[in-house]
Design a binder for this molecule. Structure first.
Ligand SMILES: CC(C)(COP(=O)(O)OP(=O)(O)OC[C@H]1O[C@@H](n2cnc3c(N)ncnc32)[C@H](O)[C@@H]1OP(=O)(O)O)[C@@H](O)C(=O)NCCC(=O)NCCS
Length: 154
């Protein structure tokens, strides 16, 4: 399986791109802590958000047809890069798609900030897959509140 990571381009996003984002977000919605804040209106809102200068919205496209199979939504601020959402289509999990998205989002955040930025994420404390994913990428818990574990990678 070959994938390409690219910024989501709101101007050129095709209807099938929006449909794919919708499918991925619907499949992952219960897992995404900040769903209310960032994902209401789901796919259309996400593609609009891609033009927000503080947001880093990346998609993973499957080669050769370009189908979107994953997304990462990051917010760059004074405290570094916050991963508001990272999600992969159910049928394509455990193939390093989120790994590639996270690497690319961290690199894009650091490039934009002009220095290496720390990365944080909030995960439901019972979301074993996400906790394992972030732990495998060097994140450590920084606190737990309201059933959400905050994670940070310096
Ligand atoms: C968490 C999520 C994004 C991981 O995506 P993915 O593309 O399957 O992850 P990757 O293949 O890049 O995983 C890389 C490594 O993370 C760890 N990992 C990922 N998923 C795991 C799981 N279900 N169980 C244990 N470890 C896991 C493993 O170490 C894995 O490496 P390996 O497959 O070589 O063992 C995906 O499960 C998902 O979309 N979940 C729903 C949304 C969500 O919970 N997002 C996080 C909160 S915003």
């Amino acid at each position: 399986m070959s994938i390409a990571i690219a910024r989501l381009d709101a101007d050129t996003a095709a209807p099938e791109d929006v449909a794919a984002l919708d499918r991925i977000l619907t499949g992952a919605r219960a897992s995404i802590v900040r769903a209310g804040e960032h994902l209401d209106g789901a796919a259309e809102r996400l593609s609009e958000a891609a033009s927000d200068s503080e947001r880093i919205v990346l998609v993973a496209r499957l080669a050769p047809d370009g189908t979107i199979i994953g997304l990462a939504d990051g917010v760059l601020g004074a405290g570094g890069l916050t991963i508001a959402a990272i999600a992969v289509d159910l049928a394509h999990r455990r193939r390093r798609v989120a790994h590639a998205l996270l690497d690319a989002a961290a690199a894009a955040g650091s490039a934009k900030a002009g220095e290496r930025v720390s990365v944080t994420a909030g995960v439901h404390s019972d979301n074993a897959a996400a906790l394992a994913f972030f732990a495998a990428h060097g994140f450590v818990p920084s606190g737990t509140q309201g059933g959400v574990t905050e994670l940070v990678r310096a």
